[in-house]
Design a protein around this ligand. Structure first.
Ligand code: LLP
Length: 423
């Protein structure tokens, strides 16, 4: 049934035959709903970026670590990264073999490094100090090194991860020090990686950084070049969050063409026969997720109309953390027209900053409406918290047959308190 503002999800048949209101009733809100068909199509699009035999897609699990999604992603032939013992555990539990996992983290303890080594997983270090520590943990072993290509990109300074204003990576000027440490610990250089930042909508910086990394690698001493089997260019592929304004997509065909040309020419020129990886998180999962919430109260303070929901920043942190825009759909159960007016959509957390959308022009939202926050599959649940002792939401997957199933039940008070002294 046509609703107040729902054409985007309806076109995709995102929620299946039950529709968003039934799902909200059945499973409660706030509720993350994922669509399997959207997830699979994003995986395929990424895999199609290059037909080079060494090309692969390394899904960055931090964006969404739900095991049901990880299993679909595995089924689509992607490999995964891990950035913590928890992610490593999940990757292995979901069936990825050690050779399908890269441990790409930073500022790790010896124990954490040892955990990856014990499981046969290749680890990337991102400082000389960590390379030295790794050499002590796994002398004579293999390692990857994260370089900082000097080019950064991203939607917010908090997520730009290359260039001089970031903690990440080793500067190419320090290559001689890297080589000396490899030598000292008898380490094999198995790979190099980089990640310039999160969410670019134009391919230029990424492609430029690809070339910078390839140039650096080409300059390695031949004996070090010879052992390389992974070159990982990082993620950051953006998605259009302004769905209802028709924001343009990142031109993946163009990006793929440029990437393919470069890696093909470079392998032909250098004789490199290893893997080339891209490492997207958001692009894989963002659009397969819509967060459902319920409108509990509407009121006006001064000239502002506040729409009060159960979608606090404990459930979706991105708008508060980065001022991120997420489009909002309105499911009222009827399509009776409503006036479009500016509204500020807020959550149920005890902070004035708990704002999901500020002064957003939307059809008038009323108590009892169900809202859908679009593009919530990436960095949504994975960044949710128990702030204000609110419970983590449930997650539901709408399968290819349109049937929904719970893939993470809602947290209970007992779950939340499981680590405390008895209360
Ligand atoms: N590889 C590394 C080493 C990373 O640090 C990241 C993201 C990725 C890959 C994947 O980046 P993506 O393709 O998802 O942009 N919480 C922020 C994004 C933080 C990204 C952190 N690192 C957000 O909600 O926008």
């Amino acid at each position: 049934m046509a609703d107040i503002r729902s054409t985007y999800s309806e076109q995709l048949d995102f929620f299946g035959p039950q529709g968003p209101r039934r799902l909200a009733e059945t499973f409660g809100t706030p509720l993350y709903v994922y669509n399997e068909s959207v997830l699979r199509s994003r995986c395929r699009e990424l895999k199609g970026l290059s037909a080079h035999p060494g090309f692969g897609v390394n899904y960055s699990v931090k964006a969404n670590a739900n095991p049901a999604l990880l299993r679909i992603i595995k089924d689509e032939g992607l490999v995964v990264d891990a950035m913590s013992p928890g992610e490593l555990h999940l990757d292995l539990a979901c069936g990825f073999g050690p050779e399908q996992i890269l441990y790409i983290s930073n500022n790790n303890s010896r124990e954490e490094m040892q955990g990856a080594v014990d499981r046969g997983v290749l680890l990337s270090v991102d400082s000389l100090a960590q390379l030295d520590t790794y050499g002590a943990v796994n002398p004579g072993g293999s390692v990857m090194v994260r370089l900082n290509p000097g080019i950064g990109a991203g939607h917010d300074s908090k997520v730009v991860t290359a260039g001089s204003e970031t903690k990440f990576g080793i500067s190419p000027e320090a290559i001689d020090d890297v080589l000396a440490l490899l030598q000292r610990h008898g380490l094999t250089l198995a790979g190099v990686n980089q990640h310039i930042g999160s969410l670019f909508m134009e391919s230029e910086s990424y492609v430029e950084a690809v070339q910078v990394l390839l140039d650096i690698v080409r300059g390695l001493p031949p004996d070090r070049f010879a052992t390389l089997r992974v070159i990982d260019f990082g993620g950051g592929f953006g998605i259009p969050y302004k769905k209802y304004e028709g924001e343009a997509r990142l031109d993946m065909a163009d990006l793929g063409r440029k990437l393919h040309e470069r890696i093909t020419a470079w392998s032909a020129a250098t004789g490199y026969g290893g893997r080339f990886l891209v490492e997207p998180g958001r692009y894989v999962v963002a659009e397969c997720g819509i967060l459902l919430g319920r409108v509990q109260a509407v009121k006006s303070n001064g000239s502002t109309r506040y729409v009060g929901t159960d979608i606090g920043f404990n459930v979706l942190a991105r708008p508060v953390l980065y001022d991120s825009f997420h489009d909002i759909e309105i499911y009222a159960g009827s399509s009776a027209p409503r006036e479009t007016i500016p509204q500020t959509v807020v959550g149920n957390i005890c902070e004035s900053g708990d704002i999901l959308a500020r002064d957003r022009l939307l059809p008038a939202i009323v108590q009892g409406d169900v809202l859908g926050v679009l593009d919530a599959g990436a960095y949504g649940f994975s960044m949710a918290s128990n702030y204000n002792q609110r419970l983590l939401p449930a997650e539901v997957l709408v399968g290819l047959d349109g049937a929904p199933r719970i893939v993470r039940r809602r947290q209970t008070i007992q779950d939340m308190l499981a680590c405390c002294e008895t209360v």
